[in-house]
Design a protein around this ligand. Structure first.
Ligand code: KG4
Ligand code: ZN
Length: 337
């Protein structure tokens, strides 16, 4: 039995969890800073770093307490060391090194995006590999071929905005609060996804890369056009707002599903996994699930609590790295990309 303490501070969530043997989740504590960043419409790096410092002790303490663990029961400490905001990563990595030294426990360096890619496996009996992994978050939109926990190959990625970033920026254009994803999803529920024909940027027949800057501009023009005739954002009726949200969401989902199925055809694998903050979107989960069902291949979305940033996925991937003898030194560096 191997208990890993997973620590995550790459963006605006301070998170810690205890996971045994990569799947048995004993605790999952997440301190979100969303309220601190909302009035700026996005994450302010300096505020994020300070908030991580302020709540790190409490979050790790709660993770140990909820799991009924003493430091001596922890076998290793897994920490996100890339990618993310450098100041935020430094807080988590420095704190993890300190605990590693003070407790005499090994340190494991985990890549945040690969942890999102492995997160759907946490709830499964057996690993779903080989699979195509679609990872969609505020910082990343990538397609991977996942052959095993240690064998993950990048197939395609966004050329500009990440999908979650597009949700956040479009929400801001529409006068909706940060983070944009959940509020656009809620608003879209009352709208018609066919009301506005937003572009589906496919970047050619072969490409597995993404681009969301075109649709962002199209939303801006839709609102602006409305403005010329009737006074801009203020004149958007609740129904029009809902229609724009529903149409935007449908266009993003169409592109994500089409590219993922293109990757399935290219690789010949028989499963798809979905992770990252945008994986919480029900329209995306349903559309990708039904595309996989049509093709008679497996579909595994990360469980809802493990979509947004969390320590469970760090501890879970950290466990597989631990098994193969992967250890980091106290000279571990952080990486923004
Ligand atoms: O994985 P995550 O917590 O942080 C990063 O690693 O970026 O993802 C946060 C992103 C934000 O852009 C947020 O708007 C988006 O995930 N998101 C959603 C939903 N919930 C969160 N996007 C669409 N629909 C949602 N329900
Ligand atoms: Zn993330």
């Amino acid at each position: 039995m191997t208990a890993i303490l997973g620590i995550e501070t790459s963006c605006d969530e301070t998170a810690a969890a205890i996971v045994v043997d990569g799947h048995d989740v004993r605790s999952n504590v997440v301190a979100s800073q969303v309220d601190l960043h909302r009035k700026y419409g996005g994450v302010v790096p300096e505020i994020a770093s300070r908030a991580h410092i302020e709540c790190f002790h409490r979050v790790v303490g709660e993770a140990l307490e909820q799991a009924g663990c003493a430091p001596g029961d922890v076998d290793a400490i897994a920490v996100t060391h890339r990618p993310g905001l450098v100041g935020s990563l430094l807080i988590g990595v420095t704190a993890a090194k300190t605990l590693s030294w003070a407790w005499g426990k090994p340190l494991i360096a985990v890549d945040h995006v690969l942890a999102h890619a492995a997160s759907p496996a946490i709830a499964l009996e057996g690993p779903p590999w080989p699979a195509v992994g679609l990872i969609v978050s505020g910082g990343h939109t990538s397609l991977y071929r996942v052959d095993d926990f240690e064998s993950i190959t990048l197939l395609g990625q966004t050329m500009d905005d990440a999908a979650g970033e597009a949700f956040d920026k479009v929400a801001m254009m529409l006068g909706l609060p940060y983070p944009g994803g959940p509020v656009i999803e809620r608003t879209a529920a009352e709208g018609d996804p066919k009301a506005v024909d937003f572009p589906r940027t496919m970047l050619g027949r072969e490409s597995l890369d993404f681009s969301f800057s075109g649709i962002k501009t199209a939303v801006l023009y839709t609102v602006h056009g409305q403005g010329k005739t009737s006074g801009g954002l203020e004149s958007l009726t609740p129904q029009r707002l809902a229609d724009i949200c529903a149409s935007f969401q449908a266009a993003v989902v169409d592109v994500l599903v089409a590219k993922t199925m293109r990757a399935v055809a290219r690789t010949g694998v028989s499963a798809v996994v979905l992770g990252g903050g945008v994986a919480a979107n029900k329209a995306l989960r349903m559309a990708l699930g039904s595309a996989c069902a049509d093709r008679r291949i497996g579909f595994h979305a990360a469980p809802m609590p493990y979509c947004v940033d969390n320590g469970v996925m760090i501890a879970a991937l950290g466990y597989h790295q631990w098994r193969r003898g992967d250890r980091a030194g106290l000279n571990l560096a952080v990486g923004s990309r």
